[in-house]
Design a protein around this ligand. Sequence first.
Ligand code: CP
Length: 331
Amino acid sequence: MKHFLSTVDWTKEELQDILDYSKYLKTNRFQDSLKNKSVGLVFFNPSMRTKTSFELGVQELGGCVVVLNPGKDAWPIEFKLNTVMDKENEEHIIEVAQVLSEYCDLIAVRSFPKFKDINDDISDYVINSFAKYSKVPVINMETITHPCQELAHILTLQEELGSLEGKNYLLTWTYHPKPLNTAVANSSLLIASKFGMNIKMLCPNNEYLLHDSFIGSAKNNCSQNNKDFEITHDIEYGYKGADIVYAKSWGSINYFNKVDQEKEIRDQYKHFIVDEKKMSYTNNALFSHCLPLRRNIKATDAVMDSENCVAIKEAANRIHVQKSIMTNLIK
Ligand code: CP
């Protein structure tokens, strides 16, 4: 049984098959691949795009959907093994995943990192525990990576640019008042490198490097594809010659549990906002962001409202790629 937990587990060819069927679904929207099937969506964190696109996507494939928010409308879940459950958690993932598997044909999970212990976060134990005890395929709706966003991103870029082989791709850190999840940034490196692009990663300083596991995978992919991978802190150099600019804010993984100290550092880098001047250094690049986005903090109105901004197209593509993923896993 195959899960969709990370694109690392899928070959480029397998992912391209999912993307190609997504393109078909865009013009053949209503199918019956989930007829008489049910999908459980488990959200430990808020969502607008993911919740809406999954719920509607399941319905457009003829299936039923149930949404659960553990700790709110469902019991809080324990994940530690061999533990005495004398605190607030009412049931164990061992039972939760097995019971949900009896009701549902697919389970999708959103569980952001806790920002307390990087090793816990990197282990991605919540979704991996669902996958371990589930009897049905599990889909990642964003944990320490965001693979559904990755496919929507690549589908959008392929629609705009055709082949992505050899394109110059910039992942830029942007300012945000809070330390955000690294997931989309990690995912951006994984998927851009897998699809044969030259990558520059721009961030304020070495405190904002992403975890070695993601940088290592991206470097490895680039090396296998004979493409470049560079990390820079020089804004003009980062943007220069880019065909694609993907923006994301993330918190420093070196400052877990030191939120106030990290904020002092982060607040020095508000000028990393994506603006017209920075975009003018590029090769008339497309701009995108996973959304939600704070205007005039992460990117200016002018950039968001420009013809080069494909963020809405990328968000729209979420429903098509997710329908394709579900169809692939259920067959
Ligand atoms: N991009 C994304 O996953 O959006 P939501 O957090 O609104 O689901």
